[in-house]
Design a protein around this ligand. Structure first.
Ligand code: PCA
Length: 179
């Protein structure tokens, strides 16, 4: 990591009736020299909180983490889709129905970080990681879209709910080392 690169790492609060979120536990465990931010699982409030932090911190790189319901590998997300949809709703009870995030924006935004080499670095370090093409249409995708609007040097990292915190922390540390 270059000392002059300002990195913002975000995670989410619990949602869907659960009392933990693995991304929050990983955020708490990270000891690297980065700015940390915990976000609400809210389509409306999460982008507001992120934008306020971006205004204060002016990060060069944003690593946004969230919990994935399934899987046994950490997913590095390539794209954020310009859509919100949820049948169960967010923590505010908001239920978007195929709603565009921003009608003027493209249908998808893509990170310019080298997702495949970053994934290969993690795999070489023995960390179970894969590249993914969709962060879904829930709040994780919404926050990735917002991060990419600020800087395409953003990466969304989906951590499976049942992964151990140490492995996930090592993966985030490995990614941080690359900047
Ligand atoms: N996971 C959800 C939102 C918050 C989180 O940790 C998602 O995948 O959209």
């Amino acid at each position: 990591m270059q000392t002059n690169v300002r990195i913002l790492v975000t995670a989410f609060e619990p949602f869907g009736g659960s009392d933990t979120n693995i991304s929050q536990r990983v955020l708490d465990a990270i000891q690297a020299d980065v700015a940390k931010l915990l976000l609400p699982v809210s389509f409306r409030r999460a982008p507001e909180v992120l934008n306020e932090a971006i205004g204060l911190l002016q990060p060069d790189v944003i690593i946004a983490m969230g919990q994935a319901a399934e899987g046994d590998k950490i997913r590095l997300e390539r794209l954020a889709i310009n859509m919100m949809d949820s049948a169960k709703g967010d923590n505010d009870g908001y239920l978007p129905d195929e709603e565009l995030i921003c009608p003027e924006a493209p249908l998808a935004l893509k990170t310019t970080l080298p997702v495949k080499p970053l994934c290969a670095d993690c795999i070489n370090a023995g960390l179970p990681t894969m590249v993914s093409n969709s962060a879904g249409l829930y709040v994780c995708n919404r926050i990735y879209f917002e991060a990419l609007r600020h800087t395409t040097n953003s990466l969304f990292v989906h951590i499976p709910k049942n992964m151990d915190v140490e492995t996930a922390k090592q993966t985030i540390n490995q990614l941080i080392k690359c900047f």
